[in-house]
Structure formats: structure tokens, C-alpha cells
Design a protein around this ligand. Structure first.
Ligand code: FBP
Length: 554
């Protein structure tokens, strides 16, 4: 096989473990912490998780390993969107399992939760694992988005676990997947299957975190990758001085990715969905906010700039969410066929006008035609608008263009406006993990096995103190139920992990808020450059500005 020089070099990289896990398996003991409670709805969550609720947080420490000797057969899945470092979670898990007893077995179930349902797996060995160390992607076993949530599915998983003699299952996933890990753990415990379930916090979106889980893995590498690209674009903008670049970045719901990229690159504009929702901003207000910066810069002779738009932004605009809900209603059931049979866009436009309330039609009517058509034509299998496909970078640039034309006619805007559009998402999800993600993920996997070995179930592998060097990281476990509350999903009350949105009184947003007026008008770009894997630690091992600010940096 032809390997790139970096790939070869990364195979040789030894991920750093937290100091407390470095003395070898026989030197890892458990320190019990306090019992836990769910973030809200304690009585309801307790009633739904009688076997796994309220357990103690734990940390590992250097000391005599007192876990019972037992042959372990562990199954692992990768679940949901790719995130850099997933391979290292599997490698860390494998290494800890084999270091404990070389007869232990790790099975990788293919294609995400489907692999557990179809009993489709491979058994890992050294050669297999070595080909994936410190590499990006989830191709080691693939991933999938099937939700493991029904009793019937749990029954099938339990059956397959029994067939393979599984003692534990590790689910590497985001908030939904770890919610399912908690429910599966409860099912396995309630049915005395003897199968433990452990979760690992993954998602580039950064929205699976709380005071215990400081970061989900992949966020560091993905945001560094996007920030490199945004910095390069900023330099191009500042060189050519002729374009405004509208850059959409991934993050299905929360705006953590956009915020981190803004902290790294100091663009002129960065929208934050959570702020838009809190201030109940309309599309026109957002447009004016961007147009004001373009106007001020243009009138200073700077007809260029960079605006970062989070992928999930439109769902945070109240009038837009109302419009989407009405469109979903308008085309429910048979009406989609009726709509599709209309001969041309004019006829469809009339149908839409008749079907929407005046308020929603007014919102619809100010959208560029391309976006209007997107709302009606690209629908998911349930007939709903696919909000994630909306090209919000084009939506806002078009609306800004129209607003600037009005300002030009009124004589207030004297500049020129030309736009370029970008979407950075898939570019970052499978990058070679940064040293931080390589170390963090390996530690999460290694630690997940220690939780298994010590008999825990329904726990999330937890590695904290992450803004410090790895030596000082703290390894342990947190009951997943601690992160749960009851939310309304598809018309039903469900126990779910609470998604971590950007906190408007949190240090990262406050820092951004304090600087953004200056960045909007001045050219204050910063250029993070490419991820560095080799070189001084302060260049290669540093994690995100978000985490640094959360931990008290200036
Ligand atoms: P997870 O929450 O599963 O980690 O996925 C996050 C994400 O990368 C989002 O940022 C993005 O909106 C979504 O996945 C895209 O997923 P897909 O490639 O399946 O359409």
C-alpha cells in the first residue's frame, strides 16, 4: 500500500495518556466521587432508569488495581457523523484490553448501530489496529445514524451480545447515541444480561459537553481545519480586496464551531444562532447587521470582508422556524403530490401564497428565489424541509446585496459589493486528528476499558482538565443519566441528554462580543495556519480558544 509520509509518521506517534493511567494496568485504582443527579426532571429520570440512575462519579488514580480478573469480549460501534480521532478511541480501547489480558477480544460492529442489529462485525488484531493509529475517518468499521431506541431493537442487541459472549458494548457517539447508550445500559441491567454499556463523547459540533465533559472529541481538529481555511481566505480577501466571503461552517444546531473559528480568525462578522434566538432577530435585522459592516468598510474603501455563518442558523430565526413549520404542514400527506403536479414555479408560487399565513408569506417573499425553491423541492423522506440543506451563506449574501442596492440608491453606501460563497463541513470531519484529539481519543478509549474492567455500566468515559498538559489530565467516568432531562420529541416526552448550546453569558461568547464591533470594521484578521503535528508543544498540543476561555484564559 502507498502511504503518504505523514501517514507513516502518524503510525509511529505515541498518544499521550493522562498521568494517572501511565504506570500500567496493574497500577490503576478507582476513587469514588459523589452520587449524581440528572440535570433536571430527577424523579422522572430516576423512575425510567432504576438500575443505572444516581451512581457515583468516579476517577482513576495511581494505585493497586483491584478489578476482578475476567475474560472480556467487548463490542464497539462508531455512531453518527465522522469526527477526527474515532480510530484512536478504538485503538486505546484495544490496547488497554490487550494489556489487561491478551485473551481479551475486541469486536468492531460495522456501519454503526446497524452492525449490532445485524450482528455484522470483525475481530480486531494488532495488524488491523496498527493500520488505523492516529488517522482520521471512521473507515475502520464505518458509522451509521440508525437510532437504537426501541425495546425490540434492544432485544436483538441483547441476543447478538449473547451469541458472541459480549461482556460490554462501547458506543462512540454524540448526544443522541449516548442517550441510546444510557437506555441500552438500563435495558441490559434490568434484564440481567451481564452486558455493560459505556459511551464516549464524540461530535465535531461540540454540543455534547457540560461541567464534567469539557469537550467532545473531533471539535478541536475540525475547528482547526476550518480556521486554517478561513484564515487563508482572509489573507486572500485582504490581498485582492474585492470580495466579501460568506462562509458557512458545520454545526447542525449549536454555533460552537462558528464561534471557535471566529475566536481563531477574527472575521468581520460571525453569526451565533443562540444569540439570534435570544434576541428574536428577524432575517431583516440580521441582514442589516451584516450590511452595516459592509457599508462602513466600503465607505472606508475596504470592499472586502469575511462573514462566518453557522450551518444551523436559520432554525434559530423565530420567523423562519414558523415558516418552516407552516411549509411542512402545507405539504403534509397528499398535498405534496398536488404541489408537484403544478406546471411551473408561478403556479407553485400561487399555491404557496394561498397556503401560508400572511406573516409567513411575507418572510417567504423576501427570500431569494433559489432559496424559496430549495424549501419546497428538497425534502426529506417524511416530506419535511431539509433545513440543513438551505444555503444560508447564499441566503444572507443575496439579502445583503439587495439591502446595499437600496442604500446605494439612497446615497449612504458608496462601496462595491461582490460575494464568494463557501461551505466548510466535510473538509474537517476526517482530517488527521490533531495531537490533542489523538491524545484525548486514545485516552477516552483506554479509559473506557478501565470502566468496563471495574464493572461500570451506563457511564460516559470522561477525561478532564483538558486545558492542561496531558500528564495532568484526569481520567474517570460519569453516569450518563447525569446529563439527561425530559424533552418533547416527535410528540412524546423522552429522556435525552441535554444538548449544550452556546452560552451567551459564557466566557467564549463574552470575549467575542467584546471584540466583534472592532473586528467588524477594522481588518483584524488572524491566520492560524495548518494543524502542526511535530514541533514545539505550544504550537502542536494547544487545544481550542473555547476551552481556554472557559477555563479562565484571557
Ligand atoms: P454528529 O452530531 O452525529 O456528530 O454529526 C454532526 C455533523 O457533522 C453536523 O455538523 C452536520 O450537520 C451533520 O453531521 C451532517 O451529517 P450527514 O453527513 O450525515 O448529513
Amino acid at each position: 500500500m502507498n502511504l503518504s509520509p505523514l501517514q507513516k509518521a502518524r503510525y509511529e506517534y505515541s498518544p499521550k495518556l493522562p498521568g494517572m493511567l501511565r504506570n500500567g494496568i496493574s497500577e490503576i485504582c478507582v476513587k469514588d466521587g459523589a452520587p449524581t443527579e440528572s440535570v433536571a426532571d430527577q424523579d422522572k429520570i430516576k423512575a425510567l432508569f432504576p438500575n443505572t440512575y444516581g451512581k457515583n462519579e468516579i476517577t482513576f488514580a495511581k494505585g493497586n488495581n483491584t478489578s476482578a480478573a475476567k475474560k472480556q469480549v467487548v463490542g464497539v460501534i462508531l455512531s453518527g457523523g465522522q469526527a477526527p480521532g474515532g480510530h484512536n478511541v478504538v485503538c486505546g480501547l484495544y490496547d488497554a484490553l490487550k494489556a489487561t489480558d491478551k485473551n481479551n477480544v475486541l469486536l468492531g460492529f460495522k456501519g454503526g448501530p446497524d452492525g449490532l442489529l445485524k450482528n455484522d462485525y470483525i475481530e480486531f488484531d494488532d495488524e488491523f489496529i496498527d493500520a488505523y493509529r492516529n488517522t482520521g475517518g471512521f473507515d475502520i468499521i464505518g458509522s451509521g445514524r440508525t437510532k437504537l431506541e426501541t425495546q425490540e431493537q434492544f432485544g436483538i442487541v441483547a441476543e447478538n451480545a449473547k451469541k458472541n459472549g459480549l461482556t460490554a458494548i462501547v458506543i462512540i457517539g454524540g448526544d443522541d447515541s449516548n442517550t441510546n447508550a444510557a437506555t441500552l445500559a438500563e435495558y441490559m441491567a434490568a434484564n440481567n444480561t451481564g452486558v455493560q454499556v459505556i459511551g464516549c463523547p464524540k461530535t465535531i459540533d461540540g454540543d455534547l459537553k457540560n461541567e464534567d465533559i469539557e469537550a467532545s472529541f473531533g471539535f478541536d481538529t475540525a475547528t482547526k481545519t476550518y480556521s486554517e481555511l478561513i484564515g487563508n481566505i482572509e489573507r486572500d480577501a485582504n490581498s485582492a480586496k474585492k470580495y466579501w466571503h460568506f462562509i458557512k461552517v458545520m454545526g447542525r444546531s449549536a454555533s460552537h464551531v462558528a464561534l471557535e473559528c471566529a475566536l481563531e480568525t477574527q472575521p468581520n462578522i460571525c453569526l451565533i444562532g443562540e444569540e439570534v434566538a435570544a434576541k428574536k432577530m428577524s432575517l431583516a435585522q440580521i441582514t442589516n447587521y451584516i450590511a452595516d459592516a459592509v457599508e462602513k468598510r466600503g465607505n472606508n474603501g475596504e470592499n472586502f470582508g469575511v462573514a462566518i455563518i453557522p450551518e444551523g442558523i436559520v432554525e434559530f430565526v423565530p420567523e423562519f422556524s414558523a415558516l418552516i413549520a407552516e411549509i411542512n404542514e402545507l405539504l403534509a400527506g397528499q398535498k405534496t403530490e398536488e404541489f408537484n403536479a403544478l406546471p411551473d414555479w408561478n403556479a407553485k408560487y400561487d399555491f404557496i401564497k394561498k397556503g401560508l399565513t400572511d406573516a409567513s408569506f411575507a418572510v417567504f417573499d423576501i427570500l431569494p428565489q433559489g432559496i424559496q425553491q430549495q424549501l419546497f423541492l428538497e425534502r426529506d423522506p417524511h416530506g419535511n424541509v431539509q433545513v440543513s440543506l438551505i444555503e444560508s451563506e447564499k441566503l444572507f449574501s443575496e439579502m445583503v446585496k439587495n439591502e446595499l442596492a437600496k442604500r446605494k440608491a439612497a446615497g449612504t453606501y458608496k462601496g462595491k459589493f461582490g460575494a464568494q460563497h463557501h461551505f466548510f463541513g466535510y473538509e474537517g470531519r476526517c482530517a488527521f486528528p490533531s495531537n490533542f484529539d489523538a491524545d484525548y481519543c486514545y485516552s477516552l478509549g483506554y479509559n473506557a476499558f478501565m470502566l468496563i474492567q471495574y464493572g461500570y455500566t451506563g457511564y460516559l468515559s470522561k477525561v478532564s482538565n483538558l486545558s492542561k498538559p496531558a500528564e495532568e489530565w484526569v481520567a474517570g467516568g460519569m453516569p450518563i443519566t447525569k446529563m439527561m432531562n425530559i424533552e418533547r420529541r416527535n410528540g412524546q416526552d423522552k429522556p435525552v441528554i441535554r444538548k449544550a448550546l452556546v452560552e451567551l453569558d459564557g466566557a467564549p461568547f463574552k470575549y467575542f462580543e467584546a471584540h466583534r464591533e472592532e473586528w467588524a470594521v477594522k481588518t483584524a484578521f488572524t491566520y492560524p495556519g495548518a494543524i502542526q503535528y511535530y514541533g514545539p508543544s505550544e504550537v502542536c498540543d494547544l487545544t481550542t480558544r473555547t476551552l481556554a476561555l472557559e477555563k479562565g484564559a484571557n
